[in-house]
Design a binder for this molecule. Sequence first.
Ligand code: NAP
Length: 248
Amino acid sequence: MASEKGKIAFITGANRGLGYETARELGEKGVTVVLGSRDKALGEQAAEKLKSKGLHAIAFQFDVNNLTDHKKIYDYLEKNYGRLDILINNAGVMLDNATDGKNRTSVTSQDILRKTFDANFFNLIALTQTLLPLIKKSPSGRIVNLSSILGSSTLHANPSSPIYDLKAFAYNASKTALNAFTIHLAHELKDTSIKVNSAHPGWVKTDMGGPSAPMEVEEGGKTSTELALLPDNGPSGGFFHLGEKLPW
Ligand code: NAP
């Protein structure tokens, strides 16, 4: 896949979990991966691990909730590459107390709702808006928004769907809202070469997914990687899991 060589990707929350795995998979394809990490040392450790495999990886201290960091990553990418080919909006939080499967929608606090939406929605959008001028300079810009099947309102409203009883309200609603961003931004950019898609990685064994998740992280990274490397005739404005369309 020589054509991926020279591409630049910025991945938020890339020190562990799906973000790290996506960085690894893109790095294996020849993409230069800039790993956003809140913790500088953990980011550097992650980048070193990839570099020891011969990949082009750079750690960048980055908190999606810190707007100064948005400006810093813009300046870094602008100065060093003059463009951004791939943005993976991967960093996310699940703050609902949902491990026991209880539905606490009526008592979900404003604090949980706001903190969840800050990271998973508002500041993700702010970052994308900040970096869009650099993505427009890429010949084939790709934006991948890490959503979740739990953001599917169609499935939540269907009593026979497998996620019907998984009502982690703040998290789920933040991913539904993120899906709206995907659709709206893709529409705005429909006459450009940029593709914007939502990814459901699957239920994956990470710190968020927990040890009971059926998917290994290597499999979990595939949806983001595929959407990051979509060909020019690939889809935009969709919601995908391993190449399959999910209902909104
Ligand atoms: P994870 O293991 O909890 O890792 C989350 C990553 O996001 C960490 O690197 C974390 O950094 C980072 N992060 C959290 N808040 C941040 C902030 N304010 N600024 C920058 N980075 C921040 O989660 P994961 O399972 O890899 O999930 C990655 C994405 O996939 C999330 O958006 C999640 O909603 C989505 N997803 C996951 C699953 C699953 O089964 N795992 C299923 C569907 C969707 P720190 O290390 O500093 O905390």
